[in-house]
Design a protein around this ligand. Structure first.
Ligand code: CMP
Length: 146
């Protein structure tokens, strides 16, 4: 069955980084839809990361995610959640460089906080993340590739 996940290219990305990530998604066979580019408000960033409330990095995370535009999109294919996480690599870029040097975070993350990309971590988070996107955004591009 087709699964859906929310992928985010986090603030401070360059056009080159955006193109290279979108190409990787297409090469991996994801359908990309609901592509939205938007600077999140602090409120939306807080809502998006509500399961991290209370962690020591939470305020820095909200600052980072609301300081510039992000690109958000829905990726769809069989096993999309796990496959996108595999392509991103581990949260911590140092760990990513050890274990999976070709992953996006190994190549592009600046730190464990500023780690370039997001992907929903499980089916429930994917449903929550996609709901948050649909509540807050109007897609600017729509369905890009099937
Ligand atoms: P993401 O996949 O978007 O999910 C939660 C985010 O919190 C994560 O990527 C990082 O941006 C950030 N994060 C997770 N763990 C840490 C940490 N130990 N220190 C700083 N930031 C973190």
């Amino acid at each position: 069955p087709t699964e859906h996940t929310l992928a985010v290219i986090k603030p401070d990305y360059t056009q080159e980084l955006k193109d290279s990530i979108m190409n990787k998604m297409k090469e991996a066979g994801f359908s990309i839809s609901q592509v939205t580019e938007k600077k999140l408000t602090r409120n939306i960033a807080e809502e998006f990361y509500k399961h991290h409330i209370g962690k020591d990095f939470y305020n820095h995370l909200v600052d980072y995610m609301s300081r510039g535009p992000s690109i958000m999109m829905i990726l769809s294919k069989e096993n999309a959640i796990a496959e996108w996480r595999e392509i991103m690599g581990p949260t911590d870029p140092e760990q990513a460089k050890q274990g999976n040097p070709n992953s996006l975070r190994a190549q592009f993350a600046k730190s464990i906080l500023e780690n370039a990309v997001h992907g929903s971590s499980n089916v429930q988070h994917a449903i929550d993340n996609i709901k948050a996107l649909k509540r807050n955004e109007k897609p600017i591009i729509g369905v890009l590739a099937q």
